[in-house]
Design a binder for this molecule. Sequence first.
Ligand SMILES: [Zn+2]
Length: 78
Amino acid sequence: MIVWGHKGYQKQVGQTQSPIECSNCKHAAPWDITEVGRKFTLYWIPTFPYARKYYLTCPVCQYGKEISKDEIARFLQY
Ligand SMILES: [Zn+2]
């Protein structure tokens, strides 16, 4: 019998190169880029990720929004 499962994970991708002014708390700071998704597990060992989503969040008030993978590259560019 093969045991499959899944497990949620969260990973810090990086920070934006330039400060963003938050429309919620009005602070300007580099925002955190976080990857959130799930991983299939085989015999409780995480394998490949799926259902990946990326979020941009204000480090001050945690206000955030979902962004696409293409947008990450744009935010991480020097
Ligand atoms: Zn904020």
